[in-house]
Design a protein around this ligand. Sequence first.
Ligand code: ZN
Length: 168
Amino acid sequence: MNIVLYPDDPLQHVAAPVERFGPQLEKLAATMLETMYEHEGVGLAAPQVGIAKRFLVCHDLESDPVCLVNPEILEMDGAEVADEGCLSIPRIYAPVQRAERIHVRAKDPLGNNLDFEARGFLARIIQHETDHLDGRVFLDRVDILTRQSKLAEWEALRLSLESAAPLG
Ligand code: ZN
């Protein structure tokens, strides 16, 4: 799977709820996890691979990898600032404030209910990835000056990455 780079479609769109659960969705989630590991990421939302649907995979490397379908964050507590990056905006990092503890309700790919609390790094990943489902990226969560300078840095980097593509 190819990763969609910011600001290409459908990264800035609100994704549609998943309505069909089953083995096919489970397989798709497994392929997304593989893509995420290939890029050394810890989370990947469906819009980042061109699928405008509300599901994501993540793996904080301490617990098992999870796929959250139609996730909702019901409660948020505390605040923590830490550097974040994004596979759709590679090599750009900025400090982002996130809730320290969240209560999540979602379904797994087979349609089973999930209801759990996440803290710290896992809570951060889930907040970052659910933002993608609402068409938002981490640079939408920083102050305007940081946002402008990081976006300028990314535009220049993206141009150089594209012009460095192999010829022939
Ligand atoms: Zn991201």
